[in-house]
Ligand binder design. Structure first.
Ligand code: HDE
Length: 720
């Protein structure tokens, strides 16, 4: 327990300091007799104490009462938003001292590692909802620094739906399931959400992100993260610099497609949770780099948007992202409730060297998180829970409250003479390691008014649209059609499409066509600010420019059946695994496959077809020899597996007879199909083929790995 007498300067100095602290409270399975909560060893927890074998249970059965009572109280309220989440521990490593910008200790030394706990979440759905819904993802990081906990509570999108925190209850009431029937679970395709957004045009930029594939990530490991607000770095001398935080995944940014995401929600509602868990268990530790955009205080008004407005981003073309460190997640929690569920993040948990800006959304968040945690975690002592406890020492005069874990000795007021006036205040002078608020002049009328500089709700929505690749635009149009198509009230649909006319006429027209409605006249109430110093397009926003350089941890299903070519399949799997790819043999049945002469082979089935699905993989391989391919081709579920992968734009590799199966199942024609002839290994729109395997499969694997790195091939439709 870190709480105790003052020991100035002590605290964490190792990346595993948090783990060491947690070890002191871990309860390992005991090789002992079961006890009550009071430590009394007991004989039987299966039968309650009865008056006779068939008689009533006795009130004096304290064991049964204790067991049932504890169970009855197991649940706590789930988070009001971001209820569903998954988390992991790891460390942050600083690349270079940033002392010119901030006095934050964890950013002060190259190679310094600080333990972290990161929780990813969806926003709308309850704790038990599916992972792959269309939604924003939370990306909350707790840094257990030597100077106290710093929480960077961000999302996977750089902007937000509203500008002022006072609108948050309205927004959440609108996005949550409808009040009368508690539907839909986990999604935004319903009237109240679109009613609110259509009446609140400041949401338009964020809607563009939410309708893009960013809202259906392939993996939590393949998402960017953003602090969203403008924060401040503060130096030891008190000089401030505005800062925006960016997390960049080493694995690139990748998404599912909408049809796939919906199917995944049924096939594996825990898809993202499992993916994160398995990656860490297998030693493929997810990694992000932390970047910052820096704006000098005197440049605050240099842009044609307000940097205090959380519905705006700073285009990277205007202010480049400077990479300052990396984060690796390398340890799964051991108890979901104790760690992931009880974790409490708070935007106001900052450390010396970091401070707020006047962003009105951030200012409100700084109130809300502690407030909600007081009820969710049952009182004011939740920072003593193991996952939340800082590794820095804690000395306060706060006392008592539910669940107090500390036996405080001595007095609890200041000034005092009985404890030598301890814990004492550091005083007004600037001192290393002591938090001091950034000093800024604040002057103004008390006024409930949005700044004029927040009034442009469309320019950056247009910027986002302009920055998208064709396939991204198509997916955005499809998403609007889906979501608004589910809205029952015609006026809401019309109002929303009317707003979209201010973003882009073509977008609005396509959405209107899909909904079968007339294109509404654009209103004239869409102010755009300034001289448009921002670029017309920002390539940094397109997922096309955020692909990984290699295929590592991508998941490939090699469809195979009895009669398999053992040498070939063994070679394919081995070569893919060498490249860091997770290659799995998906067999028509479990166990092992037989070889070409019917012998029991060494090819074990990783997943039997009935237990898995195409949507759980990034790519498919066909071609384990003639017999195997024939059996796969005769199986309806296997054919569907391939067809779905094709439909979802995934790489499909086919060898020898597998090529016939590929063309047969997908019906691929035209330009793409034409290229599927010939002897040489070749790749066209993610369809990678090799007619012969006699000279080895190296060239084929190379092309297949390149296709995996490219993630998806949406040009297939247009090329066929
Ligand atoms: Fe949150 N948000 N939020 N939020 N938020 C919560 O805090 C809130 C906002 C974010 O894994 C709650 O402990 C207000 C923006 C994440 O435990 C609550 C406003 C961003 C998480 C709350 C916002 C976020 C939360 C619910 C408008 C991205 C999950 C439970 C001003 C920058 C943290 C809790 C975790 C959770 C309030 C807007 C991110 C109610 C008032 C913008 C990642 O306090």
């Amino acid at each position: 327990m870190a709480v105790g007498p003052a020991t100035a300067g002590s605290g964490a100095d190792r990346e595993d300091s948090k783990d060491a602290q947690l070890e002191t409270v871990r309860a390992h399975p005991a090789q002992d007799v079961v006890t009550t909560d009071q430590g009394v060893r007991i004989d039987d927890t299966d039968n309650s104490l009865r008056a006779g074998e068939r008689g009533p249970t006795l009130l004096e059965d304290f064991q049964a009462r204790e067991k049932l009572t504890h169970f009855d109280h197991e649940r706590i309220p789930e988070r009001v938003v971001h209820a569903r989440g998954s988390a992991a521990y790891g460390y942050f490593e600083c690349y270079e001292p940033l002392t010119e910008l901030t006095c934050a200790d964890f950013l002060s030394e190259a190679g310094l590692r600080t333990p972290v706990f990161v929780r990813f979440s969806t926003v709308q759905g309850p704790r038990g909802s599916a992972d792959t819904v269309r939604d924003v993802r939370g990306f909350a990081t707790k840094f257990y620094t030597r100077e106290g906990n710093y929480d960077l509570v961000g999302n996977n999108m750089p902007v937000f739906f509203i500008q002022d925190a006072i609108k948050f209850p309205d927004f959440v009431h609108a996005v949550k399931p409808e009040p009368h029937n508690e539907m839909p679970t986990g999604g935004t395709a319903h009237d109240t959400f679109w009613d609110f957004c259509s009446l609140q045009p400041e949401s338009t930029h964020m809607l563009m992100w939410a309708m893009s594939d960013r809202a259906i990530p392939r993996s939590l490991r393949m998402m960017q993260g953003f602090g969203v607000h403008t924060f401040r770095f503060v130096t030891a001398e008190g000089r401030g610099t505005f800062v925006k935080f960016h997390w960049r995944p080493k694995l690139g940014v990748a998404s599912q497609v909408w049809d796939e995401a919906q199917l995944t929600a049924g096939k594996d509602p825990d898809f993202h949770r499992r993916d994160l868990w398995e990656a860490i268990e297998s030693g493929s530790y997810p990694e992000w780099e932390l970047g910052v955009q820096l704006v000098a205080e005197e440049d605050e008004s240099r842009f044609d948007f307000d940097i205090l407005d959380a519905t705006k981003l700073i285009p990277e073309e205007l202010v480049p992202v400077k990479v300052i460190g990396r984060m690796v997640l390398d340890r799964n929690p051991e108890n979901f409730f104790a760690e992931t569920e009880q974790a409490a993040f708070h935007t106001a948990n900052i450390v010396p060297g970091i401070d707020f800006s006047n962003d009105p959304l951030l200012q409100g968040r700084n109130f809300s998180y502690l407030d909600t945690q007081l009820i969710r975690l049952g009182g004011p002592n939740f920072s003593q829970l193991p996952v939340n406890r800082p590794v820095a020492d804690v000395h306060t005069n706060h006392r008592d409250g539910y669940g107090q874990q500390v036996i405080h000795r001595g007095v609890s007021y200041a000034p005092n003479s009985l404890s030598g006036n301890n814990p004492h205040q550091a005083g007004q002078e600037r001192q290393p390691g002591v938090f001091k608020h950034y000093q800024q002049r604040v002057d103004g009328e008390a006024i409930r008014k949005r700044s004029e500089s927040f009034s442009d709700h469309y320019s950056q929505a247009t910027l986002f649209w302009n920055s998208m690749a064709d396939w991204e635009r198509q997916h955005i149009v499809d998403a609007f059609r889906f979501e608004l198509g589910k809205v029952e009230t015609a006026e809401i649909r019309e109002r929303m499409v009317g707003n979209l006319t201010h973003v882009d006429a073509g977008l609005a027209r396509q959405v209107a066509e899909g909904l079968g409605m007339e294109l509404p006249e654009p209103g004239d109430d869409a102010p755009r600010r300034g001289d448009q110093a921002s670029p017309a397009a920002s390539p940094a926003l397109s997922q096309d420019n955020l692909l990984p350089g290699d295929p590592s941890t991508r998941k490939v299903a090699l469809l195979a059946a009895d009669g398999v070519d053992v040498a070939l399949v063994g070679d394919l799997v081995a070569q893919l695994r060498e490249r860091g790819v997770t290659a799995e043999v998906v067999g028509l049945h479990g166990g092992a496959l037989s070889g070409q002469s019917g012998e029991v082979s060494t090819i074990g089935v990783d997943k039997a077809l009935p237990t898995t699905a195409s949507v759980l993989y990034d790519a498919v391989l066909l071609g384990g020899g003639e017999q195997s391919v024939q059996a796969v081709g005769a199986n309806t579920d296997a054919r569907r597996f391939v067809a779905e992968a094709y439909r979802h734009g995934k790489p499909i590799g086919a060898l020898g007879p597998g090529i016939g199966l590929l063309t047969d199942v997908t019906g691929v024609t035209g330009e793409v199909g034409a290229d599927l002839n010939g002897e040489e290994p070749r790749s066209q729109q993610g369809l990678v083929i090799a007619a012969s395997t006699e000279g080895g499969v190296d060239g084929f694997i190379e092309a297949f790995a390149a296709a995996l790195s490219a993630h998806r091939f949406f040009g297939r439709e247009s090329a066929s």
